[in-house]
Write a protein that binds this ligand. Structure first.
Ligand SMILES: [Cu+2]
Length: 299
């Protein structure tokens, strides 16, 4: 009897199953909300794209997934079905002894090569767009540390300060904050401007990643990596360190607040005062500085 009652309890209630299925369907139909960049519970597919690179990544993904992967899967499935129904033992009792067919062999070599070339063209184009940084409007340096991020704003662009950005612990979250993603000091950038991100690490390798911007770049100690983004919409966009970097790897989120150019200027002025104690003379960057040698470590 005891076993019977235990197993009875494991049978899911069909009404609960239907309700959760309906909730999932509603969430999928609604899609990601047009708010800031962070993952929603039950979300499928990517976070919303808000930079030209992120749009291009999504388009490249859709191009590979729909015509190419789905097409190949359906083609192989059709071949399997054809063989299964046409050449089974009942319908084709005497198997052919054919072993070579030059036309077929050339075709199944050349066609996959052509498919790879078709994939390579947009792939290399996307890589070029990611790696060739357009003329930058502002430069921001992010330094990965165990386990937080430090942002530097160069003096010749109205900055000349740096600050640390820490996760807000769960016990201190306020309404509107996002668990595991909200930070005490967000990095702020203007909307519609090309932001040149310099990324480095100060202890171990971290990785600076913001899905909505389509950027991910390693933060390597002793090396200055660079990437760029141009946010198309205001909001707060979140990411997480994406390199296993130690015990608090999961607790060093990245939060970028995208604001209007006027708000950005106001923030620069207030942040310069607020973080004056962190003021560092070594943070001097030319607008389009690409040489790691120009940028001193700030601590
Ligand atoms: Cu990390």
């Amino acid at each position: 009897m005891r076993f019977a009652s235990l197993s009875a309890r494991r049978i899911p209630d069909p009404r609960a199953l239907f309700a959760s299925g309906a909730a999932l369907f509603a969430a999928l139909a609604a899609g990601p909300a047009r708010a800031d960049g962070f993952p929603r519970p039950g979300q499928m597919t990517f976070e919303e794209a808000v930079t030209p690179i992120a749009h291009e990544i999504h388009a490249f993904h859709d191009f590979i997934l729909l015509p190419i992967i789905v097409g190949i899967c359906l083609f192989v499935l059709a071949l399997l079905g054809w063989i299964y129904f046409r050449y089974n033992e009942n319908k084709n009792p005497v198997a052919t002894t054919t072993t070579h067919n030059s036309l077929l062999e050339v075709a199944w070599t050349v066609l996959p090569v052509m498919i790879l070339v078709i994939i390579a063209i947009p792939s290399f184009r996307l890589l070029t767009h990611q790696l060739v940084i357009p003329p930058a409007d502002i430069t921001v340096k992010a330094t990965g540390k165990q386990w937080f991020w430090t942002y530097d704003y160069p003096k010749d662009q109205g900055g000349g300060f740096s600050f640390d950005s820490y996760l807000i612990p769960e016990s201190d979250l306020k309404p509107g904050d996002i668990r595991q993603l909200s930070v005490d000091n967000e990095a702020v950038v203007p909307v519609g401007k090309v932001v040149h991100m310099l990324v480095t690490g100060s202890d171990v390798i971290h990785s600076f990643t913001i899905p909505s911007f389509g950027i991910r770049i390693d933060a390597v100690p002793g090396r200055m990596n660079e990437t760029w983004f141009k946010a198309e919409r205001e909001g707060i966009y979140y990411g997480q360190c994406s390199k296993l970097c130690g015990k608090d790897h999961a607790y060093m989120p990245i939060a970028i607040r995208v604001v209007s150019p006027e708000q950005y200027s106001a923030w620069l002025a207030s942040a310069a005062k607020k973080f004056a104690a962190n003021n560092s003379e070594s943070v001097k960057l030319a607008n389009n500085a690409t040489s790691a040698g120009d940028i001193g470590e700030t601590r």
